[in-house]
Write a protein that binds this ligand. Structure first.
Ligand SMILES: Cc1ncc(COP(=O)(O)O)c(C=O)c1O
Length: 399
């Protein structure tokens, strides 16, 4: 007997379970295919079009050749990398972590997010996340059986801002965890010290756990990035997540990490060990070297992306978009209404044919789709000549 597992209305149950039914293929697949078909410049997905430092690439080759990490590395990550992560947290943020018990290496930040939510959330627990959110958050909350509660960042003169009263009102008896992201993808918001302090005070007052995704920690342009874990009362309740992908422009290596108090790391490791167990052995040695690069590297990365932000933001403004200049990350969110448009989806689907550029409609990052309808995100982690060509193409929208 054959079974039609794809039947949806009646008959056999669908293959994809109910928790994941709303997460079909991502918009990135659709838009990247569109970019390919139309020969467009793809400013949709956020990956750099040039690799990170040559010496770090060489370090990975050396590790491979020397047979370091070619077999299963230790579950928590290779000691060299855990030590380097602990040193990095102290060097840049003044946070002290024991590399043996308070650091965990993961398969990118993506696995760290999944493992943290799977470890800390009981089915039915509410998880508050800042909307629009990075697309894996909703799916990971769903996989953990949690209930997502969005708190919407709204556009202001100074970019997208968090309403602290709304955040406070969103906390209920069932809230287990705040899922924070700063610098924030896709809006480019960098939460201020005052906002972070208020979030920390709320977490302490309501005894909440906090998972904070800080993968863009080195890409804050207009104000400093302050880790949530550094606020009073947060050390024992915060899981901090970061990744080598964004900081060293090796998104394909998928080396990420968690830093937290030992009990939290133990909990997250319990989930992580059954997701991938371990990953990317030789790359772990290379990332250990990367984390120890001089300050000039980190400043250079930030300045390079700041200049690219300005180039693309100005180009988009000249083309007629309202631009929410990002304070961090490598994405800029625009509003298409000044161009006489109101639907970011329709706009993004038509843009490749109109002028050969691909962008992402922010609505996909919202539960309240209507809140995100007019916003469109462009990535600027691309070569200057590519951004210049994109700007030149987008100018045609203004005429
Ligand atoms: C906010 C945020 N978190 C996590 C990730 C994923 O990081 P990784 O590639 O290290 O899994 C991304 C990548 O775009 C991101 O923007």
């Amino acid at each position: 007997m054959t079974t039609d597992w794809t039947a949806r209305e009646e008959g056999p149950r669908p293959l994809l379970n109910r928790r994941l039914a709303e997460f079909g293929t991502t918009i990135f697949a659709e838009m990247s295919a569109l970019a390919l078909r139309t020969g467009s410049i793809n400013l949709g997905q956020g990956f750099p079009d040039t690799d990170g430092p040559e010496e770090i690439r060489e370090a990975a080759v050396r590790a491979l050749r020397d047979g370091r990490g070619n077999q299963y590395p230790p579950g928590p990550g290779v000691p060299e990398l855990r030590q380097a992560i602990a040193e990095h947290q102290q060097r840049f943020h003044g946070l002290v972590h024991d590399p043996d018990t308070e650091v965990l290496v993961t398969a990118g930040a993506t696995e760290a997010i999944a493992a943290a939510l799977l470890a800390l959330v009981e089915p039915g627990d509410e998880v508050i996340a800042l909307e629009p959110y990075y697309d894996s958050y909703a799916a990971c909350i769903a996989m953990a059986g949690g209930v997502r509660v969005p708190v919407t960042l709204r556009p202001h003169e100074q970019g997208f801002r968090l309403d602290l009263d709304e955040l406070r009102d969103a906390v209920t008896e069932r809230t287990r965890l705040l899922l924070i992201n700063t610098p924030h993808n896709p809006t480019g918001t960098v939460l201020t010290r005052d906002e972070l302090s208020a979030i920390a005070a709320l977490a302490v007052e309501r005894d909440l756990l906090v998972v904070t995704d800080e993968v863009y920690e080195h890409l804050a342009f207009d104000r400093e990035h302050v880790p949530l874990a550094s606020f009073p009362g947060m050390r024992g309740r915060t899981v901090t997540i970061s990744s080598a992908g964004k900081t060293f422009s090796f998104t394909g290596w998928k080396v990420g990490w968690v830093t937290a108090a030992a009990e939290l790391v133990t909990a997250v490791r319990s989930a992580k060990q059954f997701l991938t167990y371990v990953s990317a052995g030789p790359f772990q040695y290379a990332v250990a070297e990367a984390l120890r690069m001089p300050d000039t590297y980190f400043e250079g990365l930030r300045e390079d992306l700041r200049a690219k932000r300005d180039l693309l933001s100005e180009g988009l403004a000249a083309a007629g978009f309202a631009v929410h200049r990002p304070a961090g990350t490598y994405f800029v969110t625009t509003d298409v209404r000044p161009l006489g448009e109101s639907d970011g989806f329709a706009f993004c689907r038509a843009l490749p044919e109109r002028c050969g550029v691909v962008a992402i409609p922010n609505a996909v990052f919202y539960d309240h789709r209507e809140e995100g309808a007019p916003f469109v995100r462009f990535a600027f982690c691309k070569r200057v000549d590519v951004l210049q060509e994109a700007v030149a193409r987008l100018k045609s929208l203004a005429s």
